[in-house]
Design a protein around this ligand. Structure first.
Ligand SMILES: Nc1ncnc2c1ncn2[C@@H]1O[C@H](COP(=O)(O)OP(=O)(O)OP(=O)(O)O)[C@@H](O)[C@H]1O
Length: 316
């Protein structure tokens, strides 16, 4: 049985079909990146999993059961959803202790969880003075309190500085590799999760776009180098001699595979060919994601801020 199973899930809000027949699974011991542009339906899918939104059809299961049917939810699944509210006057440790008491967990778990997320030094500080990054870590500590083996994290890298993002990557891998956790982590930035995840699920406008192992989706490794020059054809003999496969998709353009970009640059130098373009080609996955998230022109008088969602029934 999969740790997380989303089966033909659909959910509309009025005329907006937020999630439209989405299906995927997450296995124990793996990290799955749940990707899509703003408004794609990621948060709605995660809310369905956590019982905060009732799907119109389909199922969102944790360990084969609906969230509402879990006997001890905190010990089975930990979740970080956006903008968790913490009492500003309470210390980080007290915040977690309150949750421990409510969930029947030993109070010592509070300190352990803070330790795990690198907040041990700030345990006695009031949350009101925390940076966004510290709040993200505290939210993660909250999710870890019951030592669950399934984690659902909605944009956990938001607000983290580069060092924090680096730390998060290592931590998610640790949870999957050493603790055998199933981790589902959403993001609207491919590069943010690309180095961490085993599998990827991409959705846009509520619908599935791609899914599979990262290694399959980026397979091939060598995506070629695109070279443009009026005299591009003069490079061909040298490049083929160096072992490259050379195609010419249009006049004055070569697509060169099998050699690194430096070899193409050297050939141009030696042949004294003036280049107007020398670009490493993107993998299919990067291209798919770029096409989905590529900067559309902002609407007149508007901007491209993320859509704010309501929080039905409170936060995680
Ligand atoms: N409670 C709600 N009421 C009305 N519409 C909603 C509600 N929640 C989500 N939506 C709409 O459903 C669509 C999907 O939103 P969702 O928040 O699930 O996307 P997302 O991929 O998580 O995006 P983001 O990265 O911006 O959070 C959007 O068009 C959003 O406006």
């Amino acid at each position: 049985m999969s740790a997380i199973e989303i089966r033909s899930l659909s959910k509309s809000f009025g005329a907006v079909r937020a999630v439209d027949d989405v299906s995927f699974t997450v296995e124990q011991g793996t990290v799955t990146g749940f990707l899509g542009p703003n408004g794609a339906g990621k948060t709605t899918t995660l809310r369905c999993l956590l019982g905060l939104v009732t799907p119109d059809s389909g199922e969102a299961l944790i360990g084969g059961r609906r969230y509402a049917d879990l006997a001890a939810p905190l010990t089975e699944v930990g979740a970080v959803l956006e903008a968790t509210n913490f009492h500003p006057g309470r210390t980080a440790r007290d915040h977690l202790r309150v949750l421990c008491t409510a969930a029947g967990l030993p109070p010592a778990r509070a300190g352990e969880a803070l330790d795990q997320v690198g907040l041990a030094d700030a345990a006695g500080k009031r949350v009101g003075g925390f940076s966004l990054g510290m709040r993200q870590r505290l939210a993660l500590a909250t999710a870890l309190l019951g030592a669950p083996r399934i984690l659902i994290l909605d944009e956990p890298a938001n607000g983290l500085d580069p060092a924090g993002i680096q730390w998060l990557r290592g931590f998610l891998r640790f949870l999957a590799d050493d603790r055998g956790c199933a981790v589902l982590v959403s993001s609207h930035v491919l590069a943010e999760v690309e180095q961490t995840v085993d599998d990827i699920v991409i959705i846009a406008r509520g619908r599935m776009i791609r899914q599979g192992a990262l290694s399959e989706l980026t397979s091939g490794g060598d995506h070629g180098v695109r070279v443009a020059a009026a005299e591009a054809e003069r490079l061909r003999p040298r490049l083929e001699e160096a072992g490259a496969t050379v195609e010419s998709p249009e006049s004055g353009v070569l697509l060169v595979r099998g050699v690194p970009p430096e070899v193409v640059g050297r050939a141009a130098l030696e042949e004294a060919v003036v280049l107007s373009e020398l670009v490493g080609q993107r993998s299919d996955l990067e291209q798919v994601f770029l096409d989905l998230t590529g900067d559309p022109a902002p609407p007149p008088g508007g901007d491209a801020l993320p859509v704010q969602t309501e929080t039905p029934g409170g936060t995680s």
